[in-house]
Design a protein around this ligand. Structure first.
Ligand code: PA5
Length: 445
Protein backbone atom coordinates (compact mmCIF):
# COMPACT_ATOMS: atom_id res chain seq x y z
CA UNK A 1 0.00 0.00 0.00
CA UNK A 2 2.78 2.46 0.97
CA UNK A 3 5.66 2.98 -1.45
CA UNK A 4 9.03 4.63 -0.82
CA UNK A 5 10.91 6.20 -3.72
CA UNK A 6 14.56 7.00 -3.03
CA UNK A 7 15.58 7.96 -6.58
CA UNK A 8 16.33 11.50 -5.38
CA UNK A 9 19.04 10.39 -2.93
CA UNK A 10 21.45 8.81 -5.40
CA UNK A 11 23.49 12.00 -5.72
CA UNK A 12 24.42 11.56 -2.04
CA UNK A 13 24.33 7.78 -1.55
CA UNK A 14 25.10 4.78 -3.72
CA UNK A 15 23.26 1.49 -4.03
CA UNK A 16 26.25 -0.43 -2.60
CA UNK A 17 26.16 1.93 0.45
CA UNK A 18 22.53 1.01 0.98
CA UNK A 19 22.95 -2.72 0.42
CA UNK A 20 25.91 -2.76 2.80
CA UNK A 21 23.53 -1.94 5.67
CA UNK A 22 21.43 -5.07 5.07
CA UNK A 23 22.76 -7.05 8.06
CA UNK A 24 22.45 -4.06 10.38
CA UNK A 25 18.87 -3.39 9.29
CA UNK A 26 17.95 -7.07 9.64
CA UNK A 27 19.39 -7.04 13.17
CA UNK A 28 17.43 -3.88 14.07
CA UNK A 29 14.25 -5.46 12.65
CA UNK A 30 14.83 -8.62 14.69
CA UNK A 31 15.59 -6.59 17.83
CA UNK A 32 12.05 -5.25 17.52
CA UNK A 33 10.14 -8.35 16.55
CA UNK A 34 12.09 -10.74 18.83
CA UNK A 35 11.85 -8.20 21.67
CA UNK A 36 15.59 -8.24 22.29
CA UNK A 37 16.26 -4.52 21.63
CA UNK A 38 16.62 -1.79 24.27
CA UNK A 39 13.31 -0.84 25.86
CA UNK A 40 11.66 -4.12 24.83
CA UNK A 41 9.23 -3.80 27.74
CA UNK A 42 7.61 -1.08 25.57
CA UNK A 43 7.08 -3.20 22.44
CA UNK A 44 3.33 -3.66 23.05
CA UNK A 45 2.39 -1.31 20.18
CA UNK A 46 3.67 -3.91 17.71
CA UNK A 47 0.60 -6.03 18.47
CA UNK A 48 -2.11 -3.36 18.71
CA UNK A 49 -3.36 -3.73 15.11
CA UNK A 50 -6.16 -6.24 14.71
CA UNK A 51 -8.62 -7.31 12.04
CA UNK A 52 -11.20 -8.40 14.62
CA UNK A 53 -13.25 -5.99 16.71
CA UNK A 54 -12.00 -6.55 20.27
CA UNK A 55 -14.36 -6.17 23.27
CA UNK A 56 -12.45 -2.93 24.12
CA UNK A 57 -13.10 -1.58 20.60
CA UNK A 58 -16.77 -2.51 20.95
CA UNK A 59 -16.99 -0.61 24.26
CA UNK A 60 -15.18 2.36 22.68
CA UNK A 61 -17.76 2.45 19.89
CA UNK A 62 -20.63 2.27 22.41
CA UNK A 63 -19.16 5.15 24.44
CA UNK A 64 -18.59 7.13 21.23
CA UNK A 65 -22.22 6.59 20.15
CA UNK A 66 -23.39 7.87 23.55
CA UNK A 67 -21.15 10.94 23.35
CA UNK A 68 -22.28 11.62 19.78
CA UNK A 69 -25.91 11.49 20.89
CA UNK A 70 -25.65 13.65 24.03
CA UNK A 71 -22.90 16.19 23.27
CA UNK A 72 -22.47 19.19 21.02
CA UNK A 73 -18.78 19.27 21.89
CA UNK A 74 -16.27 16.63 22.94
CA UNK A 75 -13.07 17.81 24.63
CA UNK A 76 -10.00 15.59 24.51
CA UNK A 77 -7.55 16.40 27.31
CA UNK A 78 -3.95 15.26 26.87
CA UNK A 79 -0.46 16.26 25.74
CA UNK A 80 2.37 14.74 23.70
CA UNK A 81 1.66 11.12 22.88
CA UNK A 82 -1.69 11.40 24.62
CA UNK A 83 -2.85 14.10 22.19
CA UNK A 84 -1.03 14.30 18.86
CA UNK A 85 -2.23 10.97 17.41
CA UNK A 86 -5.99 11.55 17.75
CA UNK A 87 -5.68 15.09 16.47
CA UNK A 88 -3.57 13.93 13.51
CA UNK A 89 -6.20 11.29 12.63
CA UNK A 90 -9.17 13.65 12.78
CA UNK A 91 -7.48 16.45 10.82
CA UNK A 92 -6.10 14.12 8.15
CA UNK A 93 -9.39 12.30 7.60
CA UNK A 94 -11.85 15.16 8.12
CA UNK A 95 -9.78 18.25 7.29
CA UNK A 96 -8.39 21.12 9.38
CA UNK A 97 -11.86 22.68 9.58
CA UNK A 98 -13.54 19.47 10.70
CA UNK A 99 -15.58 21.23 13.38
CA UNK A 100 -17.47 23.47 10.95
CA UNK A 101 -21.18 22.72 10.88
CA UNK A 102 -20.98 20.02 13.57
CA UNK A 103 -23.11 19.66 16.71
CA UNK A 104 -25.22 17.12 18.54
CA UNK A 105 -25.29 13.82 16.64
CA UNK A 106 -21.85 14.59 15.23
CA UNK A 107 -20.08 16.65 17.90
CA UNK A 108 -17.28 19.10 17.46
CA UNK A 109 -13.96 17.80 18.82
CA UNK A 110 -11.57 20.18 20.57
CA UNK A 111 -8.33 19.53 22.42
CA UNK A 112 -7.27 20.86 25.82
CA UNK A 113 -4.44 20.30 28.27
CA UNK A 114 -1.79 20.47 25.56
CA UNK A 115 -0.47 23.84 26.73
CA UNK A 116 -0.91 26.49 29.37
CA UNK A 117 -2.20 29.42 27.33
CA UNK A 118 -4.88 31.43 29.12
CA UNK A 119 -6.13 32.81 25.83
CA UNK A 120 -6.74 29.32 24.46
CA UNK A 121 -8.50 28.41 27.71
CA UNK A 122 -10.76 31.48 27.64
CA UNK A 123 -11.74 30.73 24.05
CA UNK A 124 -12.57 27.14 24.97
CA UNK A 125 -14.76 28.29 27.88
CA UNK A 126 -16.59 30.72 25.59
CA UNK A 127 -17.30 28.08 23.00
CA UNK A 128 -18.70 25.74 25.67
CA UNK A 129 -21.27 28.30 26.82
CA UNK A 130 -24.77 26.87 26.36
CA UNK A 131 -23.40 23.65 24.83
CA UNK A 132 -23.73 20.07 26.04
CA UNK A 133 -20.30 18.53 26.32
CA UNK A 134 -18.33 15.48 27.44
CA UNK A 135 -14.63 15.03 28.07
CA UNK A 136 -11.96 12.34 27.73
CA UNK A 137 -8.93 12.66 30.00
CA UNK A 138 -5.94 10.91 28.44
CA UNK A 139 -2.83 10.49 30.57
CA UNK A 140 -0.83 7.38 31.16
CA UNK A 141 0.87 8.73 34.26
CA UNK A 142 -2.01 10.90 35.42
CA UNK A 143 0.47 13.44 36.79
CA UNK A 144 1.33 15.54 33.74
CA UNK A 145 0.86 19.21 34.65
CA UNK A 146 -0.93 20.55 31.58
CA UNK A 147 -3.70 17.89 31.36
CA UNK A 148 -4.04 17.82 35.16
CA UNK A 149 -4.85 21.55 35.20
CA UNK A 150 -7.33 21.19 32.32
CA UNK A 151 -8.95 18.20 34.02
CA UNK A 152 -9.61 20.13 37.21
CA UNK A 153 -11.23 23.01 35.37
CA UNK A 154 -13.36 20.98 32.95
CA UNK A 155 -14.46 18.56 35.61
CA UNK A 156 -15.81 21.39 37.80
CA UNK A 157 -17.50 22.95 34.78
CA UNK A 158 -19.26 19.63 34.11
CA UNK A 159 -20.26 19.21 37.75
CA UNK A 160 -21.68 22.74 37.92
CA UNK A 161 -23.67 22.12 34.76
CA UNK A 162 -24.91 18.55 35.26
CA UNK A 163 -24.44 17.85 39.01
CA UNK A 164 -22.04 15.24 40.33
CA UNK A 165 -23.95 12.24 39.00
CA UNK A 166 -24.68 13.80 35.63
CA UNK A 167 -21.02 14.80 35.21
CA UNK A 168 -19.83 11.26 35.94
CA UNK A 169 -21.62 10.02 32.82
CA UNK A 170 -19.74 12.57 30.70
CA UNK A 171 -16.18 11.92 31.88
CA UNK A 172 -14.06 9.17 30.30
CA UNK A 173 -10.54 8.37 31.51
CA UNK A 174 -7.95 6.69 29.30
CA UNK A 175 -5.00 5.60 31.41
CA UNK A 176 -2.89 2.80 32.84
CA UNK A 177 -4.88 -0.29 33.88
CA UNK A 178 -3.60 -0.33 37.47
CA UNK A 179 -1.47 2.59 38.54
CA UNK A 180 -1.32 6.36 38.51
CA UNK A 181 -3.32 9.29 39.80
CA UNK A 182 -5.85 9.26 36.95
CA UNK A 183 -6.62 5.55 37.44
CA UNK A 184 -7.20 6.18 41.15
CA UNK A 185 -9.34 9.27 40.51
CA UNK A 186 -11.45 7.47 37.88
CA UNK A 187 -12.11 4.54 40.18
CA UNK A 188 -13.00 6.74 43.12
CA UNK A 189 -15.32 8.90 41.02
CA UNK A 190 -16.88 6.08 38.98
CA UNK A 191 -15.83 7.36 35.52
CA UNK A 192 -15.79 4.93 32.62
CA UNK A 193 -12.21 3.99 31.79
CA UNK A 194 -10.25 2.61 28.85
CA UNK A 195 -6.79 1.13 29.10
CA UNK A 196 -3.43 2.27 27.75
CA UNK A 197 -1.51 -1.01 27.91
CA UNK A 198 1.50 -0.72 30.26
CA UNK A 199 3.85 -1.87 27.47
CA UNK A 200 2.72 0.90 25.06
CA UNK A 201 4.44 4.29 25.42
CA UNK A 202 2.60 7.56 24.76
CA UNK A 203 3.93 8.30 21.28
CA UNK A 204 3.19 4.73 20.15
CA UNK A 205 -0.37 4.73 21.56
CA UNK A 206 -2.55 6.11 18.75
CA UNK A 207 -3.90 2.65 17.87
CA UNK A 208 -4.98 2.12 21.50
CA UNK A 209 -8.05 3.82 23.09
CA UNK A 210 -5.93 7.02 23.14
CA UNK A 211 -6.59 7.47 19.44
CA UNK A 212 -9.59 5.23 18.95
CA UNK A 213 -12.11 6.92 21.28
CA UNK A 214 -11.61 10.44 19.84
CA UNK A 215 -11.63 9.03 16.30
CA UNK A 216 -14.87 7.12 16.94
CA UNK A 217 -16.52 10.22 18.44
CA UNK A 218 -15.50 12.16 15.32
CA UNK A 219 -17.26 9.52 13.21
CA UNK A 220 -14.18 7.74 11.88
CA UNK A 221 -14.55 3.98 11.39
CA UNK A 222 -12.00 2.62 13.86
CA UNK A 223 -12.30 -0.92 12.44
CA UNK A 224 -11.02 0.40 9.11
CA UNK A 225 -8.13 2.21 10.85
CA UNK A 226 -7.18 -1.02 12.61
CA UNK A 227 -7.59 -3.07 9.42
CA UNK A 228 -5.14 -0.75 7.60
CA UNK A 229 -2.67 -1.05 10.46
CA UNK A 230 -3.08 -4.85 10.58
CA UNK A 231 -2.37 -5.13 6.87
CA UNK A 232 0.70 -2.93 7.33
CA UNK A 233 1.90 -5.12 10.19
CA UNK A 234 1.71 -8.16 7.95
CA UNK A 235 3.26 -6.47 4.91
CA UNK A 236 6.15 -4.72 6.66
CA UNK A 237 7.48 -7.79 8.36
CA UNK A 238 9.36 -8.54 5.13
CA UNK A 239 13.10 -8.76 5.79
CA UNK A 240 14.61 -7.22 2.66
CA UNK A 241 14.98 -3.88 0.92
CA UNK A 242 11.72 -4.62 -0.86
CA UNK A 243 10.18 -3.61 2.46
CA UNK A 244 9.50 0.17 2.21
CA UNK A 245 10.06 0.46 5.98
CA UNK A 246 13.61 -0.79 5.51
CA UNK A 247 14.19 1.64 2.64
CA UNK A 248 12.99 4.60 4.69
CA UNK A 249 14.80 3.66 7.92
CA UNK A 250 18.10 2.71 6.28
CA UNK A 251 18.20 5.65 3.87
CA UNK A 252 17.56 8.27 6.55
CA UNK A 253 20.28 6.74 8.73
CA UNK A 254 22.78 6.70 5.88
CA UNK A 255 21.99 10.32 5.09
CA UNK A 256 22.53 11.17 8.77
CA UNK A 257 25.88 9.40 8.76
CA UNK A 258 26.76 11.58 5.73
CA UNK A 259 26.06 14.80 7.63
CA UNK A 260 22.38 15.29 6.85
CA UNK A 261 21.29 16.00 10.42
CA UNK A 262 17.87 17.52 9.80
CA UNK A 263 14.83 15.87 8.21
CA UNK A 264 11.98 18.03 6.91
CA UNK A 265 8.72 16.08 6.77
CA UNK A 266 6.48 17.59 4.12
CA UNK A 267 3.14 17.21 2.47
CA UNK A 268 1.26 19.21 -0.13
CA UNK A 269 -1.93 18.66 1.86
CA UNK A 270 -2.73 21.06 4.76
CA UNK A 271 -4.82 18.43 6.56
CA UNK A 272 -1.60 16.44 6.91
CA UNK A 273 0.00 19.07 9.16
CA UNK A 274 -0.95 17.45 12.48
CA UNK A 275 0.20 14.09 11.18
CA UNK A 276 3.53 15.85 10.77
CA UNK A 277 3.28 16.94 14.41
CA UNK A 278 2.67 13.34 15.45
CA UNK A 279 5.63 12.14 13.31
CA UNK A 280 7.82 14.89 14.77
CA UNK A 281 7.20 13.70 18.32
CA UNK A 282 7.55 10.04 17.34
CA UNK A 283 11.01 10.49 15.84
CA UNK A 284 12.14 13.41 18.01
CA UNK A 285 11.48 11.77 21.38
CA UNK A 286 12.54 8.33 20.18
CA UNK A 287 15.85 9.25 18.55
CA UNK A 288 17.05 12.49 20.13
CA UNK A 289 19.26 11.21 22.94
CA UNK A 290 22.86 10.35 23.84
CA UNK A 291 24.01 13.36 21.80
CA UNK A 292 22.55 11.81 18.62
CA UNK A 293 19.48 12.04 16.41
CA UNK A 294 18.10 13.55 13.23
CA UNK A 295 16.31 16.81 14.09
CA UNK A 296 12.71 16.40 12.84
CA UNK A 297 10.99 19.42 11.32
CA UNK A 298 7.63 19.61 9.56
CA UNK A 299 6.53 21.80 6.68
CA UNK A 300 3.35 22.33 4.70
CA UNK A 301 3.84 22.91 0.99
CA UNK A 302 3.27 24.84 -1.13
CA UNK A 303 2.66 27.42 1.66
CA UNK A 304 6.08 26.95 3.28
CA UNK A 305 7.89 27.10 -0.06
CA UNK A 306 7.27 30.82 0.39
CA UNK A 307 8.91 30.81 3.83
CA UNK A 308 11.36 27.89 4.09
CA UNK A 309 11.93 27.41 0.36
CA UNK A 310 14.92 29.75 0.16
CA UNK A 311 16.62 28.10 3.12
CA UNK A 312 16.04 24.63 1.72
CA UNK A 313 17.26 25.55 -1.77
CA UNK A 314 20.40 27.46 -0.81
CA UNK A 315 20.99 27.47 2.96
CA UNK A 316 22.89 25.09 5.25
CA UNK A 317 23.44 21.81 3.33
CA UNK A 318 22.68 19.52 6.25
CA UNK A 319 19.06 18.80 5.31
CA UNK A 320 17.09 16.08 3.65
CA UNK A 321 13.36 15.88 2.99
CA UNK A 322 10.70 13.22 3.36
CA UNK A 323 7.65 14.03 1.29
CA UNK A 324 4.37 12.24 1.86
CA UNK A 325 2.35 12.06 -1.33
CA UNK A 326 -1.34 11.21 -1.18
CA UNK A 327 -1.78 10.00 -4.76
CA UNK A 328 -5.53 10.28 -5.31
CA UNK A 329 -6.81 13.82 -4.75
CA UNK A 330 -10.16 14.63 -3.16
CA UNK A 331 -12.86 15.96 -5.51
CA UNK A 332 -10.95 18.02 -8.05
CA UNK A 333 -11.35 21.66 -9.02
CA UNK A 334 -10.80 22.91 -12.57
CA UNK A 335 -8.99 26.23 -13.02
CA UNK A 336 -11.06 28.84 -14.84
CA UNK A 337 -10.03 30.85 -17.87
CA UNK A 338 -9.99 34.66 -17.57
CA UNK A 339 -10.63 36.63 -20.82
CA UNK A 340 -8.35 39.50 -19.68
CA UNK A 341 -5.56 37.23 -18.46
CA UNK A 342 -3.82 40.11 -16.66
CA UNK A 343 -1.99 37.66 -14.37
CA UNK A 344 -0.80 35.65 -17.40
CA UNK A 345 -2.14 32.46 -15.85
CA UNK A 346 -4.38 31.31 -18.71
CA UNK A 347 -1.84 28.59 -19.49
CA UNK A 348 -3.35 26.85 -16.44
CA UNK A 349 -6.96 27.18 -17.61
CA UNK A 350 -8.65 23.81 -17.94
CA UNK A 351 -6.11 22.05 -15.76
CA UNK A 352 -7.18 20.66 -12.40
CA UNK A 353 -5.89 22.10 -9.12
CA UNK A 354 -4.50 18.68 -8.13
CA UNK A 355 -2.44 18.56 -11.33
CA UNK A 356 -0.87 21.92 -10.48
CA UNK A 357 -0.26 20.77 -6.88
CA UNK A 358 1.37 17.57 -8.09
CA UNK A 359 3.50 19.44 -10.58
CA UNK A 360 4.62 21.80 -7.79
CA UNK A 361 5.64 18.70 -5.82
CA UNK A 362 7.62 17.15 -8.71
CA UNK A 363 9.27 20.44 -9.66
CA UNK A 364 10.24 21.21 -6.06
CA UNK A 365 11.66 17.75 -5.37
CA UNK A 366 13.90 18.07 -8.44
CA UNK A 367 14.97 21.64 -7.62
CA UNK A 368 15.81 20.82 -3.99
CA UNK A 369 17.72 17.72 -5.05
CA UNK A 370 19.71 19.82 -7.54
CA UNK A 371 20.43 22.22 -4.67
CA UNK A 372 21.99 19.41 -2.59
CA UNK A 373 18.93 18.42 -0.56
CA UNK A 374 18.08 14.77 -1.22
CA UNK A 375 14.52 13.61 -0.72
CA UNK A 376 12.60 10.45 -0.04
CA UNK A 377 9.02 10.13 -1.27
CA UNK A 378 6.54 8.12 0.77
CA UNK A 379 3.30 7.63 -1.17
CA UNK A 380 -0.12 6.33 -0.19
CA UNK A 381 -2.90 5.72 -2.70
CA UNK A 382 -5.54 7.91 -1.04
CA UNK A 383 -6.72 9.58 2.14
CA UNK A 384 -8.71 6.96 4.05
CA UNK A 385 -9.08 5.43 7.50
CA UNK A 386 -7.13 2.37 6.27
CA UNK A 387 -4.31 4.56 4.93
CA UNK A 388 -4.12 6.40 8.24
CA UNK A 389 -3.74 3.10 10.13
CA UNK A 390 -1.13 1.91 7.64
CA UNK A 391 0.86 5.16 7.80
CA UNK A 392 0.90 5.05 11.62
CA UNK A 393 2.24 1.50 11.68
CA UNK A 394 4.70 2.22 8.86
CA UNK A 395 6.27 5.17 10.68
CA UNK A 396 6.20 3.52 14.12
CA UNK A 397 7.96 0.43 12.76
CA UNK A 398 10.43 2.58 10.81
CA UNK A 399 11.10 4.61 13.94
CA UNK A 400 11.88 1.49 15.98
CA UNK A 401 14.28 0.16 13.31
CA UNK A 402 15.82 3.56 12.72
CA UNK A 403 16.50 4.21 16.42
CA UNK A 404 18.10 0.78 16.81
CA UNK A 405 20.29 1.56 13.77
CA UNK A 406 21.27 4.78 15.51
CA UNK A 407 22.08 2.84 18.68
CA UNK A 408 19.55 4.45 21.04
CA UNK A 409 16.61 3.18 23.07
CA UNK A 410 13.55 4.49 21.18
CA UNK A 411 11.14 3.91 24.04
CA UNK A 412 12.28 6.27 26.79
CA UNK A 413 12.40 10.06 27.02
CA UNK A 414 14.61 10.94 30.01
CA UNK A 415 15.32 14.42 28.64
CA UNK A 416 11.68 15.52 28.93
CA UNK A 417 12.01 15.51 32.72
CA UNK A 418 14.50 18.40 32.90
CA UNK A 419 11.99 21.18 32.21
CA UNK A 420 9.40 19.58 34.46
CA UNK A 421 11.80 19.37 37.41
CA UNK A 422 12.75 23.05 37.09
CA UNK A 423 9.12 24.08 36.68
CA UNK A 424 8.01 22.11 39.76
CA UNK A 425 10.84 23.64 41.80
CA UNK A 426 10.00 27.21 40.74
CA UNK A 427 6.29 26.65 41.37
CA UNK A 428 7.00 25.42 44.91
CA UNK A 429 6.20 21.70 44.66
CA UNK A 430 7.06 20.03 47.98
CA UNK A 431 10.35 18.08 47.81
CA UNK A 432 12.00 20.51 45.35
CA UNK A 433 13.17 23.15 47.89
CA UNK A 434 16.94 22.82 47.30
CA UNK A 435 16.58 23.04 43.52
CA UNK A 436 14.26 26.02 43.93
CA UNK A 437 16.88 27.90 45.97
CA UNK A 438 19.55 27.11 43.36
CA UNK A 439 17.39 28.19 40.42
CA UNK A 440 16.25 31.38 42.15
CA UNK A 441 19.82 32.34 42.83
CA UNK A 442 20.68 31.74 39.14
CA UNK A 443 17.71 33.94 38.20
CA UNK A 444 18.96 36.65 40.56
CA UNK A 445 15.93 36.46 42.88
O1 PA5 B 1 5.50 9.80 24.30
C1 PA5 B 1 5.38 9.98 25.51
O2 PA5 B 1 5.50 9.06 26.31
C2 PA5 B 1 5.04 11.35 26.04
O3 PA5 B 1 4.88 12.27 25.01
C3 PA5 B 1 3.77 11.32 26.85
O4 PA5 B 1 2.73 10.81 26.06
C4 PA5 B 1 3.39 12.71 27.34
O5 PA5 B 1 4.42 13.24 28.09
C5 PA5 B 1 2.11 12.66 28.17
O6 PA5 B 1 2.28 11.81 29.26
P1 PA5 B 1 1.03 11.24 30.04
O7 PA5 B 1 0.23 10.42 29.11
O8 PA5 B 1 1.62 10.41 31.16
O9 PA5 B 1 0.26 12.42 30.58
Amino acid sequence: MIKVDISNVWGQLSLPDLLATEKEVAAAHAALTDHTGAGSDFHGWLDLPTTQETPEMHRIQEAADRIRANSDVFIVIGIGGSYLGPRAAIELLQGCNHNLGKGKGNPQVFFAGNGLSTRYWNELCRLLEGKDFSIAIISKSGTTTEPAIATRALRWMLERKYGTDGAKKRIYAITDPCKGALRQMAEEEGWETFVIPPDVGGRFSVLSPVGLLPMAVAGIDIRQVMAGAAEAKETYNLRSFENPVWLYAATRNLLYRNGKVMEIFESYEPSFKMFGGWWQQLFGESEGKDGKGIFPVTAEFTADLHSLGQMIQQGERTLFETIVDIEKPDRDIPIESDPQNLDGMNFLAGKNMSEVNHTAFTATALAHNDGGVPNLIVSVPSRSAESFGALVYFFEFACGISAYLLGVNPFNQPGVEAYKTNMYALLGKPGYEALRAELESRLGK
